[in-house]
Design a protein around this ligand. Structure first.
Ligand code: COA
Length: 327
């Protein structure tokens, strides 16, 4: 479906900044190690009374302001998250309540760090056939609550916050041009997982905290990311009417690791300056990274009307996916 355009973006992150030096006081690590292996310098971590629906609602309010959209105009809310406030009700419904979008129907979507791209693609597919003219798509996380704060392999990488986009059916040539989504459920879950679930292994029987945490095989995920990012961009380009890499003005990659982004730039043979990167300030907020980077680059004027923008996500599942937009 063509003619669905992002008319507003926003972001919502906790105000508490945690630096690499702060982390070196709780696990055996250094600022030098974290910066050289990942590019991350600091991240935002939620206060005790903040949760995913809060970052989502803050981001949504900013996006609605930019788009000059009233809450009642929103027909659909999708929150992509792996760290919902609760299993029930959905975070999307909580956001609906917080922003007063009383005419929307709402659901969560779980595709890990690819969630925002998947969410935009799902919303795009529902417009305008399902009566959706204006959709609010959010990617947001509170990963600090699913981290083992004694595991230096993971706790230095992940963080909290999210971003939002208002998608509107306007017709015309601008907006989402294509999407491309892939999954591979054959990858062993230990590569990147939160082990206890509900129907599989309930966290409720035993002590939750340490066991209810992200575990990861860093090297395998790294290699996957280096393959998945270029594939996401190329796959989405292949689904357009003839656009090529040379037409792309900006790539907004999932912000997991600077070295993965550098490797993707090399593999695609695209100048690194075309990649929008802000992971040094926010770390890996999973479904939140792409909409946060999109909002920053849109607000500061880097992304201009008519630009060809590629979004590219990858994460647990495995999942990966890309999207091409004409801004
Ligand atoms: N501080 C200091 N040392 C650390 C550390 C930390 N925070 N985390 C791990 N180390 C240690 C390891 O224990 C290992 O020590 P050992 O050799 O004594 O066992 C050593 O550093 C080297 O680890 P290695 O795994 O070879 O480092 P790496 O170059 O692969 O970098 C990651 C590790 C996690 C940064 C990297 O694999 C990565 O980014 N993977 C992708 C993760 C990701 O992006 N996940 C989310 C995807 S959506």
């Amino acid at each position: 479906m063509k003619g669905n355009r992002i008319i507003g973006t926003g972001m919502g992150v906790p105000s508490r900044i945690v630096t690499n030096d702060d982390l070196s006081k709780i696990v055996d690590t250094t600022d030098e190690w974290i910066v050289s292996r990942t590019g991350i310098r600091e991240r935002r971590i939620a206060a005790d009374n903040e949760a995913t629906s809060d970052f989502s609602a803050w981001a949504a309010i900013e996006a609605m302001k930019m788009a000059d959209v009233q809450p009642e105009e929103i027909d659909l809310i999708i929150v992509a998250t792996l760290s919902p406030d609760r299993l029930l009700p959905s975070t999307a419904c909580l956001v609906q309540g917080k922003i007063g979008a009383k005419n929307a129907f709402c659901f969560d979507l779980e595709a890990a760090c690819s969630g925002f791209v998947y969410g935009l693609a799902v919303a795009n597919g529902m417009m305008p056939d399902q009566g959706v003219r204006t959709a609010l798509v959010i990617g947001a996380e509170t990963l600090s609550r699913v981290l083992d704060w004694t595991d230096r392999n993971t706790c230095v990488l992940f963080a909290d916050g999210g971003g939002a986009a208002i998608l509107r059916h306007e017709g015309g040539d601008n907006g989402i041009l294509s999407s491309y989504m892939k999954s591979d459920g054959s990858a062993p879950p230990p590569w990147l997982a939160v082990t206890p679930g509900v129907s599989d292994l309930s966290p409720l029987g035993d002590k939750v905290s340490k066991d209810f945490a992200i575990t990861m095989e860093g090297k395998e995920v790294f290699k996957f990311g280096v393959r998945a990012l270029p594939d996401a961009v190329k796959g989405a380009l292949n689904n357009t009417d003839g656009l090529t890499l040379a037409d792309v003005d900006w790539i907004i990659p999932h912000q997991a690791n600077l070295r993965i982004i550098d490797a993707a730039a090399k593999a695609l043979d695209i100048p690194r300056e075309k990649f929008i990167v802000n992971l040094e300030k926010y770390g890996n907020t999973s479904a939140g990274t792409i909409p946060i980077a999109l909002d920053e680059a849109h607000r500061d004027g880097r992304i201009k009307k008519g630009d060809i923008v590629a979004l590219a996500g990858f994460g647990a599942g495995l999942t990966w996916g890309g999207m091409i937009l004409r801004w």
